[in-house]
Design a protein around this ligand. Sequence first.
Ligand SMILES: [Zn+2]
Ligand SMILES: [Zn+2]
Length: 1019
Amino acid sequence: MFNSVSSRANFAKQEEETLKYWQDNDIFNESVRQREGSPRFTLFEGPPTANGRPGIHHALSRSFKDVIPRYKTMKGYYAPRIGGWDTHGLPVELEVEKQLGFTSKKQIEDYSIAKFNKKCKASVFKYLEDWDKMTVRLGYWCDLDHPYVTMENEYIESGWWTMKQLWDKGYLYQGYRVTPHCPRCGTSLSSHELAQGYSDATDPAIFVKFKACKNTLPEEILKAAGETPVYFMAWTTTPWTIPSNVALAVSASDDYAAVKSDNEIIILAKERVTAVGLDPDCIAVTVKGSELTECRYEPIYNPHDFGIDRKKMTGDPSQSTPVLVLEPVDHELTYPVISTDYVTMDDGTGIVHTAPAFGEDDFASGRKYSLNFIQHVDLQGIITGSYPFAGKFVKTADPEIIEDLKQRGALYKSGSITHTYPFCWRCKTPLLYYAKQSWYIRTTAVKDKLVSGNKKINWVPEHIKEGRFGDWLENNVDWAVSRERYWGTPLPVWQCTTCGKQTCIGSIDELKNEEGVEGITEPLDLHRPYVDDITFKCHSCGGQMKRVKEVIDCWFDSGNMQIAQYHYPFNESSKTIFNDGRYPADFICEAVDQTRGWFYSLHALSTLLFGEPCFKNVICLGHILDEKGEKMSKSRGNVVDVMTVLNKYGADATRWYLFTSGPPGNARRFSEQLVADVTRQFMLILWNVYSFFITYANIDNFDPTKTEFVAPTAELDKWLVSETHNLVKVVTEELDTYDITSAARAIESFVVDDLSNWYVRRSRRRFWKSENDNDKISAYFALYNCLVTVSKLLAPFMPFLADELYRNLVISVDPNAKKSVHLTDFPVCDESLIDESIEKRIRLAIKLSSLGRAARSAAGVKVRQPMATAYIKLASSAEADTIPYIKDQLMEELNIKDVTLITDETAYQSENYIQSVDGPYTIFVDKNISQDLLDEGIVREIVHRMQNIRKAAGLEIADHIKLYCYGDEYIAKVYKDFADYIRHETLADELYGDNVPEGVTPESYNLDGHVVNIAVVKV
Ligand SMILES: [Zn+2]
Ligand SMILES: [Zn+2]
């Protein structure tokens, strides 16, 4: 016997019981263990940070991530899953700074790096418990007890090994360049971090005039000008960079106009004259940009007047670092006009203000033309020197600078602009592009390999491959990998304090074995400040080697998990990772923002180290929005708490919603209501089929292990078997290509449309009849096998409900069966059981039934009222041959006495017929209903009321009854005429009239003007 099943399911509560069952029986570990020795399937877990609470987007990626290894395990693979934690970096430091009320690096250093890092370390696992709770409750299977942790010595040591490899290949270098710099965090950021922090900002947009040195101007302009002063006009959205201006850039091939305006002449691109607001009729003369490149102009702010050094950029431009040479004081300084290819006519004046200290293009021009280099801003973003606006943060100083420009007669006009501007992804401070020394990984050296390796990766959705990710690789720039911070993997480069020689250390042993090593304290902690105290002897000059002060980008840590999780190459067991399936990963899965984050850092490091990608398949998930399609955020107050939803509706409903609501790459809406809909639209439908089966199987003592098997004979059963195997085939194919959404949708449509709405609905009567004939047993086997198969197909998606179904359907009749659906093999499609001709026929029956119902309802005829004939026009004569097989089904479905095929519609196009059309298919029904059919219609209404009374009285399906029914003469007549039918339908032993026993009150109904009284009494 199966355990009886309540028709009212409480999925969330049932899941808690299943969770306990899994824990008590160690099902996850067993599912992995029992496949030991089989081929491996490897998932790389992208490490989250546990110093923030898990949110719904984490549940999204964990749900998708979970499906594939569960599936592969059932397919026979050995698939251990190692969890991981990202523990370093700015996010952690920033939290601690907030806690301590710090706003600058100086406060951290005054407080002591040792104490600061201790606090960082302590805060890393602040929300570990919440994470574990969410992970377990969601049914995400992963080894939470032995995770890799990026701050552990062993993990750091693998990072050092990687750095040493890069160093030896010449891929790690120190360069002086313009990098995005956060003035609050006091550190460079990489281009992928930059990509995380763009948002809209309103900035000043000003037109600035630079006074031309007249004797350098082209003849024509000079002639037109006479005594009038001449200015070059440039446009900028960063007024604070004007003091660092050292050149103006023009486009050599474009036309430039000298325009007369209020006692001055302004030079700008001809194409921009009107846009800027000057009068094109006042153009005095036009010259090519190339004619302006001999011109010079006077600085608005001569650095020597404000106590700022002026340097000259020299050295071979192909080297990573320019040589900056101090220039003598010169109060008569002038700067050049240069021509470059980055001047556009899209905005501004066609003349570009150039400050090599603050822009990548400007910096490149500086090196190309050996321009001056002026740095008047410190690393905190504060203006230095004796400018009237010195001592202020650059962005705050802008209004004063604009005012000062105005007073100096250098401002043509000012306004503002709203554009996208990069902000620090952690602290939201506007970033500055700042020329400074940083450490880089030369990813551009392997750009071709990055691109060609990407072609081998299977991306879901596919467009990311050549789109978002491919573009990113095509535009690759070297990875700014150092951070001038505290809590991170220390950069393992030591530098001689005497001769400047640098060396990279690749392991703890290497460090300990350096000659004259000092400052090692045990137990060893590879973090700052302890590692900073370790010194050794310079190989070249015998001087002292000290570590450089930088730590490494935390995205390096997470990207290096590909080997560091195994403590490669130090751990003995890690030596085989390339041969035993642990490397590369078969599968990774995170949100789309990781294309420039973790996906990139994994791909960059594997390509640099081993020349190959380190993941074969990747699912890239879209963002989660609220119910209205808006971004979720604390400030909007629309964040959905994931634990609330899991506890209320269960993990299965949540997971299923996430799988089926849209393709993985799309943004998806999320709310409690949307999850609740899943319960109603799918889970309860499946549950009803399941509880229907259990109820009848128990009544009839059907036991699949004892009852002799009967192969399907009925058309419906053969069809169900065929469709079930078809489903196995589809789900397998979709999961093999990582299409989780299509696989889940295929299961849902099978369960709802085929299994519940056709098979079970049409088979109900076969289970109701009292004798256990072959037809009934055939139906039991077909339905039973289908449900067991569905439980296995569902297992990777809805691990809880799947197991609940399986345990009752299988274990309760076979105690020796595997203890959980997750320990079983995934179903295999038996092609010999797929019968396409039956599937085609039933599809046709389903189609015609729905078309016929539409015609009935258009005719305004009640469902229970039988009608005479349906006239059907089919799409082809081949289809006509299938009608004999499905005619009975159609007659029942449509509650109709006969089906007639027609080819010519003209005879039926009158007001006596109602038609319904779908493409080549047409159905007509005859509106006229005979008295016999009307009588039958009334009887069916009466039987329907009787069944309702039975149900309301709480009678079991098999209970026999006495039936009382009376009314007018007409009612008495039909009650008598249809007595056999009524008895059969209601399991009534005897039919009575108005002699209702005392204490029983009949229910009264009005059916087409006839009052009917009905009472039901259990025998
Ligand atoms: Zn910052
Ligand atoms: Zn030295």
